[in-house]
Design a protein around this ligand. Structure first.
Ligand code: NDP
Length: 681
């Protein structure tokens, strides 16, 4: 029987066997934890020094590439993870959520990192705000790696996704992680960490693993460190109040149990497609991961008139779910993660039954499918009905962390919102309605106590990712009882592991710090046109002031005929005279085109393509007789390690463009995005 090992300070530690971890399917021992004492002081120091140094030897773009490499390697080895994960009670579908969902999160962060983060290790979070009259003093914000370690404590229900959804943004931010999975399913996490290490893409010290207890780890944490936690509200409260966490103001992000709802709006009745969709969503959420999802639907809020119809439909649907050994053909729902959890869920059902009645489940003749499952942690889906919630309803307080949900009737949609709020803050609610007016009115009310809201109708159902799936690009975490934390949400999650600092100084200093041109900074002007420089040669602040061009009426007429834009402001002398400008003016897009004509270098060169514009503003009108000129300045360079379709290495260069008139007034302002070739080898 294998003894699981911790990965601490670069060494796999664990010889002496400790706790036996039984399979949730048949009770056989899958692995044992180790009994060796871990040196947590050494672990945090190693993370901060070796891990931190190795991570910051790479930049955001390089770490994004490393994430992708890890994801690809893990994907190649997913069968090993599937096989082991079966012992946690997971069905094939559940593996899709935990294992493939985990890889998907790595891929998503790899791609968001490459698209949205700069080269280097400083994020400039603009805009730059002038703080003086003459632009000698300005302010902005930067985000930098915190320099500490991130301790991630995870729940037992997602041994792979739970670890990876926290690891990916932390790694991207350049912060080493120490992960502590829940003991009952930690053998799957251990394998995932081993694979990540084998991938060769994980810098030494950037990931450590704790099997078993966290011992005195919290005593060694310091101000630059971060703790995140997923699990029960009780443990969250205990850890958050650790004296060292409080005394050193160490950020603590909690994601705890939550009593999520599904609301059937009063406009949906059994003849509508949405009625069936609602039943399907509730049924799926009750049974996916055997209901062991922090996002699972626990409260089913339906109009009083639909209670019987909903209960009948759900009962019918749940009766078709085969529960048992997931390796047996036809089994749709596996086991709870452990016998302890089974006992816990059963006890909570009894508590819920004090204010509810049983609609289906628990009638004594349940037998899981498959050999040896008698010793497994199986339970059939239980649907409860709380007929009179005004007399008290346990479902607003008690979380049975299994395939258990309670139907709660309501009178008006406002009552449904009030009942939903009795959960005291949830991760997610699904509102099923056909009426946009109901959604428009109710969603802002629900949003105040939710992390996410899923609006379900026949159109959305065609592509919906479902009530229960946290997505890398959307926020996961809810207020109040849900823990008050926030995870995922795209690049926002990376920002949780970076320190935001306001910077004040001259534009030249701000440009040097942010590695971005800031208007007013000292410019670099040479004889060489910036479009003739390769990616490596270009310097931030390198600039070109063009020759001038006087705009004529012929320009306006020609541009109008070419584009087909005969808007009165350009072509109707009388209407234009009555307008706010008092005269005909040139098309804004003509000014853009004329500026490009002024600043481009027409010959062949390293600038390969212009792929867009950002932050475009037409600030002052340009009329016939006005004379314009452009200033083009290299603003930002991003090396994503990409090559052109014909194999030439290239980088992204963003140029600041300012177009002025003869009075030195800014008439147009924007960024242009280009791809610029690197020097030939
Ligand atoms: P716990 O809160 O007991 O455990 C969660 C994690 O915290 C585990 O890794 C656990 O490790 C660790 N932990 C527990 N005590 C300490 C401590 N003193 N110091 C450091 N780490 C600690 O939750 P469970 O996993 O037992 O689940 C209990 C209930 O929590 C569930 O029934 C459910 O209601 C809720 N839950 C909520 C989830 C969510 O996503 N919001 C997910 C899972 C559960 P170890 O396993 O070694 O004790």
């Amino acid at each position: 029987m294998s003894v699981l090992k911790s990965l601490i300070a670069g060494q796999w530690v664990g010889e002496k066997a400790a706790k036996a971890l039984p399979s949730a399917i048949n009770g056989e021992i899958v692995a044992r934890t180790h009994d060796d004492t871990l040196d947590f002081k050494k672990a945090v120091e190693y993370g901060r020094t070796v891990g931190g140094k190795n991570l910051l030897a790479l930049d955001f773009q390089e770490r994004a590439l490393a994430l992708k490499a890890m994801a690809l390697y893990l994907q190649e080895h997913k069968q090993e993870l599937y096989a082991l994960s079966m012992h946690t009670g997971s069905s094939k579908g559940d593996n899709g959520i935990d294992i493939d969902g985990g890889f998907g999160t790595l891929f998503a962060y790899a791609s968001m990192g490459r698209r949205e983060l700069p080269s280097g290790n400083v994020v400039h979070e603009g805009p730059v705000t002038p703080l003086g009259k003459n632009n000698h003093f300005a302010g902005t914000h930067i985000l930098v790696p915190r320099g500490g370690v991130a301790v991630h404590i995870d729940a037992y229900n997602f041994p792979v996704w739970g670890m990876l959804e926290k690891f990916a943004p932390t790694f991207l931010a350049g912060m080493p992680c120490i992960v502590k999975p829940a003991t009952s399913t930690c053998y799957v996490t251990e394998l995932a960490v081993r694979l990540m290490q084998e991938s060769g893409a994980l810098p030494e010290g950037s990931l450590q693993l704790i099997i078993g207890s966290t011992g005195d780890l919290f005593d060694h944490l310091e101000e630059q460190d971060v703790v995140t936690f997923t699990g029960s509200a009780a443990t969250a409260r205990k850890l958050k109040n650790h004296p060292n966490i409080i005394n050193r103001s160490i950020p603590f992000n909690a994601e705890a149990d939550s009593l999520n709802s599904a609301i059937l709006a009063p406009d949906v009745t059994p003849e509508h497609e949405e009625f069936e969709l609602f039943v399907r969503e509730v049924g799926r959420e009750m049974t996916a991961k055997a209901g062991q999802k922090c996002t699972a639907i626990r409260r089913v809020l339906v109009p009083k008139s639909q209670v019987n119809a909903i209960c009948d439909k759900l009962k019918e649907r749940l009766s078709k779910i085969t529960v048992g050994d997931p390796s047996v053909e036809g089994v749709r729902m596996g086991a709870l993660a452990s016998i302890e959890q089974l006992e816990d869920v059963k006890a909570n059902i009894q508590e819920l039954l004090k204010t509810s009645e049983l609609v289906t489940g628990g009638n004594g003749d349940f037998k899981p499918t498959g050999e040896g499952t008698g010793k497994g942690a199986f339970i059939e889906p239980h649907l409860l009905l709380c007929r009179n919630p005004e007399n008290g309803c346990g479902a607003h307080d008690i979380e049975a962390f299994g395939p258990v949900a309670t139907v709660i009737p309501y009178d008006t949609i406002e009552d449904a919102v009030a009942l939903c709020a009795q959960g005291r803050g949830s991760l997610v609610t699904t509102l099923t309605t056909r009426d946009p007016a109901i959604a428009g009115k109710i969603v802002p009310l629900l949003a105040a106590f939710h992390g996410r809201l899923h609006l379900l109708d026949a159109e959305a159902a065609q592509e919906s990712t479902g009530h229960g799936s946290p997505l890398p690009m959307l926020k996961h975490g809810g207020p109040g009882r849900a823990g008050g934390g926030e995870e995922l949400g795209g690049i926002r999650a990376v920002h949780h592991y970076l320190q935001r600092t306001a910077i004040q100084g001259s534009p030249t200093m701000l440009a040097a710090v942010t590695r971005e041109y800031v208007r007013g900074a000292d410019l670099i002007e040479t004889e060489v046109h910036p479009f003739r420089r390769h990616f490596e040669e270009l310097q931030i602040n390198e600039s070109l002031l063009t020759h001038r061009r006087t705009v004529t009426e012929a320009d306006i007429v020609n541009f109008g005929c070419l584009s087909g834009d005969h808007f009165y402001m350009h072509f109707d002398e009388i209407a234009a005279r009555d307008s706010q400008f008092g005269k005909r003016i040139a098309h804004g897009y003509f000014v853009l085109s004329a500026a490009a004509g002024l600043f481009v270098y027409p010959g062949e060169g390293p600038v390969l393509a212009n792929y867009g514009l950002d932050t475009l503003r037409f600030i002052e009108p340009v009329a016939p007789g006005d004379t314009i000129r452009a200033r083009l300045t290299c603003k930002r360079k991003i090396d994503q390690g990409r090559t052109s379709p014909d194999g030439h290495p290239q980088g992204v260069v963003v140029w600041d463009v300012q177009v002025h008139n003869q009075n030195d007034e800014l008439v147009a302002s924007y960024d242009i995005l280009t791809l610029v070739a690197k020097k030939p080898e």
